[in-house]
Design a binder for this molecule. Structure first.
Ligand SMILES: Cc1cc2nc3c(=O)[nH]c(=O)nc-3n(C[C@H](O)[C@H](O)[C@H](O)COP(=O)(O)OP(=O)(O)OC[C@H]3O[C@@H](n4cnc5c(N)ncnc54)[C@H](O)[C@@H]3O)c2cc1C
Length: 405
């Protein structure tokens, strides 16, 4: 009798679900156990819209059981707490230990405070659906508080960190201004958005002219940008930053809403389980295996795959997570069949940053796209992700062919 190969996938994000899709289609005798702390998959790249209230959470998530084939896969809802790679065992809270022949680690990202004091206590982060919903509720509560107190601090929002995530969040917040203003009973211009960012060179993934275009759009829409200002601490309702080259030259900006989008790192499980990680990311082999254990594949935001062209690891993106998940699953099938594994390669579909629902800018191939058409390109890229994790059923059920409604 042939022995079934047991593959355990940790994390049902972009990378984990893409791997699941490939393994479920394989003809080999493989059983998969998929573990996630939620019973739904969410599109992390759309969290900013849920936080700003411009998109309902139902539109960016679906039930994991919708994509699980019961004859091939067992789904376990639980929190992964440790991985013992010597024993080939995973510890999931309140569950029996899971044994594997091959493991795919796809646990994604968490917020990074860089040790800056007060971040965890005094700023809101946005790395999962609950946190995004918390931001939305917090904003609505502030509008209600304004009607009671008339204190304009409740109408102010500070976004810390203007990387890709911060940028897209600010775009969505600009779009949310009329709705928030209505709740507060004020005109939209009264809602103030301030950003604080250490760098003066924003969005380095784009040519400077294009990054400038995006920045100018936000400024034209009333966003106040404090660039080149290193954040030193977050105090209650206050961001403390260095105002000039002089380390002692500190200044403050205040608001009742402070959102932290300054950075992310890979899951803490990577550190706790003793992986050779740096900020939760492991520099993987070319076939995406762990440098220490060839039966462990590491994919998505917990992996750093070297880009030979730039000499630096590829960035952490949903697009790359999908390609990694696909390859890890294929490489497990190769290993099961005694074949050589394949190396990771990536060709970008394009990088497009949204500024609200109907405006965006970026690069598709080498072509610069801006405005409404760019937002169509962005939604096309996002729908491709949904297609690759959830399939046609999810794209249709989320109404995602209806781009603007
Ligand atoms: C606001 C925002 C906008 C973005 N925009 C873009 C964009 O436009 N384009 C792009 O390509 N990328 C974008 N990204 C980046 C992209 O979302 C990430 O690179 C991507 O989500 C990584 O995929 P992943 O599968 O590695 O992890 P994730 O999508 O983070 O999935 C990880 C999964 O693991 C589960 N999990 C985590 N820890 C545990 C645990 N201990 N136990 C059990 N389960 C656990 C989580 O519930 C989750 O389902 C954006 C990110 C953000 C936050």
């Amino acid at each position: 009798m042939e022995i079934m190969t047991e593959v355990v996938i940790l994390g049902a994000g972009y990378a984990g679900l893409r791997a699941l899709g490939v393994l479920q289609k394989s003809k080999e005798d493989i059983h998969v156990t998929l573990v996630d702390r939620n019973d739904y998959h969410y599109e992390a790249a759309d969290l900013h819209e849920v936080a700003a209230g411009t998109q309902d959470q139902e539109r960016i998530l679906f039930d994991i059981n919708d994509v699980v084939k019961n004859d091939k896969t067992t789904f376990i809802k639980g929190n992964v707490v440790n991985i013992n790679r010597e024993q080939k065992v995973v510890e999931v809270s309140d569950q029996p230990e899971l044994h594997y022949d091959y493991l795919i680690v796809a646990l994604g990202f968490v917020s990074e405070s860089f040790g800056i004091p007060g971040v965890d206590e005094n700023a809101l982060s946005m790395v999962d659906v609950d946190q995004a919903l918390n931001i939305r509720k917090h904003l609505e509560d502030q509008m209600a508080e304004y009607t009671r107190t008339q204190d304009e601090e409740h109408l102010k929002i500070i976004v810390c960190g203007m990387g890709f995530t911060g940028f897209e969040l600010v775009g969505a917040l600009v779009e949310a201004k009329p709705t928030l203003a209505k709740l507060a009973g004020v005109s939209p211009e009264k809602i103030k958005i301030v950003t604080v960012e250490a760098s003066t060179h924003l969005l380095p993934m784009f040519p400077e002219k294009l990054a400038d275009y995006g920045t100018k759009q936000l400024v034209a829409w009333g966003v106040e940008m404090l660039n080149g200002k290193m954040i030193k601490a977050i105090k209650p309702d206050t961001v403390v930053y260095q105002d000039s080259e002089d380390k002692n030259d500190l200044a403050e900006v205040t608001a009742k809403t402070i959102i932290w989008t300054t950075g992310v790192r890979g899951s803490k499980v990577m550190t706790d389980a003793g992986f050779a990680e740096k900020r939760g990311r492991v520099l993987v082999n070319k076939d995406l295996t762990d440098p220490d254990f060839s039966d462990v594949f590491i994919v998505g935001d917990v992996a750093a795959a070297m880009d030979e062209a730039s000499g630096r690891p590829f960035p952490t993106t949903a697009q790359i997570a999908l390609v990694m998940g696909h390859l890890a699953a294929e490489n497990i099938i190769h290993k099961v069949n005694g074949e050589a594994t394949k190396e990771f390669a990536f060709k970008s579909l394009g990088t497009v940053a949204s500024i609200g629902n109907a405006h965006a800018f970026g690069l598709v191939g080498k072509t610069t796209v801006k405005g409404y058409l760019a937002s169509v390109a962005k939604k096309g890229i996002m729908d491709k992700s949904l297609l690759e994790t959830g399939g046609f059923k999810e794209v249709l059920s989320k109404g995602r062919f209806d781009f603007y409604h």
